[in-house]
Design a protein around this ligand. Sequence first.
Ligand SMILES: Cc1cc2nc3c(=O)[nH]c(=O)nc-3n(C[C@H](O)[C@H](O)[C@H](O)COP(=O)(O)OP(=O)(O)OC[C@H]3O[C@@H](n4cnc5c(N)ncnc54)[C@H](O)[C@@H]3O)c2cc1C
Length: 499
Amino acid sequence: MVGAGIAGLTAAGLLAREGLRVELLEAHHQSGGCAGTFRRGPYVFDVGATQVAGLEDGGIHQRLFRHLNVTMPAAEPLDPGCVVDLADGRAPVRIQRDPERWRQERQRQFPGSERFWRLCEAIHQANWAFAAREPVLPPRSWWDLGQLLGALGIGNLLSGPLTTASIADLQNLCGCGGDQRLRRFLDLQLRLYSQEPAQRTAALYGATVLSMVQEPLGLWHLQGSMQALAEALEQGLAQAGGHLRLRHRVTRLEQAATGGGWRIHGEAPGRPGFVIEAGEVVMTLPPQSLPALLGSQLPSGYRRRLEQLPEPSGALVFYGAIERSRLPPECPSHLQLDWHEPGPLFVSISQEGDGRAPAGQATVIASVFTPARPWFASEEPDYQDRKQSAMAAIQAGLKQLLQLGPEPWIHQELATPRGFAGWTGRPWGWVGGLGQHPLRFGPFGLASRTPIPGLWLCGDSIHPGEGTAGVSLSALMACRQLLQRRGRKLRIDGAASQT
Ligand SMILES: Cc1cc2nc3c(=O)[nH]c(=O)nc-3n(C[C@H](O)[C@H](O)[C@H](O)COP(=O)(O)OP(=O)(O)OC[C@H]3O[C@@H](n4cnc5c(N)ncnc54)[C@H](O)[C@@H]3O)c2cc1C
């Protein structure tokens, strides 16, 4: 198993619990990947992910923790899930957790759009029931196809014809396509989860993302830090008898000459040039890493497919600390601002006593997507100049959003795609998977079953996509396929149907 982010930890725990001998190899000195944390003096910063879906009863993380016999990390539901400032001088949109309060809020903010929201909710209900029946997407074998067909239900009759539609198409269909304020709101929210604006986000994916905050689902803020999620999964893996090898960087995957299986080459302190033999490999790195790891063993058609994948985004992330008294009263913990330069900001603010900052202070994290490659093109000191200007521009946005005075930040630093490449080992520091364009999501996406026997993929480039809940679902799917090849069936209990 390669990579101990949330996908790798989940897959490793599941397979170890089935009695397989599991070695999880992680390049970094800690697990968690994009959902990990780092410490600066008294502050703990969540590196990437700051909020978690799937902790509700029947949610994927909750089911996995129960299956792995691990106590779920303490978490608070986000209410409001997010406060979205469209920077148009009007009151920000509060995405309420309570469905009725959210209905009132959206009717106030976007009059005439209720049919659109109702249609999104209906699609979401159908999606949810479909997901609970654990389809395999996209199918690449008869068994996969059987799993997909078996998961189809009556709700898919409604949603099926919308497979190639975008969220903007739904807006037009419901007669509110001309509402530019609604479009800006949708663009902001969807870019966060699908890497694409409304016009290029698959309707079947976007409808679920737009319904994620409300009960009985929800988004959650972890007590302590995001690392709590990885730590709980680590515990599940250890209890099941699996091994996590930190500081073990995989450099090459070699198919064994005889008898199937793999020789995994890598580097580790005290073990330069280690080789581990394995029957199967589950890869959680972005699939764009495969050409470098497999070299000429990669079938040419598959190599072309990987080369033709659209280039994902990178991220700029500002990590700051501030006196809490400088924040507006009752400041929500998650906000978005439609900001011009370097782009729309997604902001997460620690809560008093949540383990991220000393009493009376708060951590403020602001992230924005950015094209990744240009950050590798400039040499020092140009790179540092670019970084300083990006940080100043993000701070200007935060000043407006949080009505901050002139006092300096107690702590400030910026991560660029270069930093993410170093931290996560992702090519060009890419984050967030392949995007959820109608031509690339679900049935049209990259499969967890590769054409190379014994090599499986999971993580945020595989269905259902990015986010800790998404990558856990992809890990479950890959494990079910791997075990089915061995004549075994993997079931985890408790997929709740949403009512
Ligand atoms: C700025 C930002 C904000 C985000 N916000 C949210 C959010 O609020 N909520 C949410 O749910 N999701 C969020 N996400 C997305 C979420 O963090 C990811 O989709 C998810 O954590 C990816 O998990 P993964 O296991 O697929 O990949 P990763 O987390 O990238 O894990 C891969 C692991 O593989 C290791 N690795 C890499 N190369 C090698 C190698 N050669 N050998 C061995 N190990 C290797 C890495 O060190 C890493 O630990 C955010 C992401 C970013 C970047």
